[in-house]
Design a binder for this molecule. Structure first.
Ligand SMILES: [Zn+2]
Ligand SMILES: [Zn+2]
Length: 179
């Protein structure tokens, strides 16, 4: 979006994005993301401020499906986020003094009078997802010996659990590395 096309009193943009769009943006995320079920709804309100920074206020709603790190079952992680972001002109970052402050490191920039609303919305979704996705706070995970889901079989106890070197655990470690 070209900021020169934004009127003086701002511009409101509503966006509806598909799960396919979201998954295309996700690429190699650190957490296991399955889909954004019914897509993503977002509205942003963009204002150009007197100092040429771009103030964006918005909201984003989605039902993201994640995979639990313990039991590997998919579960819904609803995203309902209100946000405000300020983008500074990138040219300004070049004129900053050499000792960069924490606030400047956190600043986001736009360049050539352009910014991408898709990227803003995508970042906000990712910021609202957990770093360590659990299907429930007390997920029991899988039996490290046979792989049975301990949420469904809380009484399960493996008879001959050989511990750390069980074939199942080796397999799980491999899967976790790939994820
Ligand atoms: Zn779980
Ligand atoms: Zn077991």
């Amino acid at each position: 979006m070209n900021i020169r096309e934004i009127p003086k009193d701002g511009k409101k943009i509503s966006m509806v994005k598909s799960s396919e769009w979201f998954m295309g943006m996700v690429g190699d995320a650190a957490i296991d993301i399955e889909s954004a079920r019914d897509g993503i709804n977002s509205t942003i309100d963009v204002h150009i401020q007197d100092d040429a920074s771009v103030a964006i206020e918005g909201s984003v709603h989605a039902d993201v499906v994640l995979r639990c790190v313990k039991c590997l079952e998919p579960f819904q992680s609803p995203v309902d986020r209100e946000f405000s972001v300020v983008l500074e002109p990138y040219e300004r970052s070049l004129s900053l003094s050499r000792s960069i402050s924490r606030a400047e490191l956190d600043a986001e920039f736009y360049s050539d009078n352009e910014f991408d609303p898709d990227v803003i919305v995508f970042e906000q979704i990712m910021l609202s997802l957990p770093l360590y996705p659990l299907c429930r706070p007390a997920c029991r995970g899988l039996c490290s010996h046979c792989g049975i889901d301990l949420n469904e079989h809380p009484e399960h106890q493996c008879q001959n659990d050989t511990g750390a070197n069980s074939p199942f655990r080796e397999q799980m470690n491999k899967i976790r590395k790939i994820l």
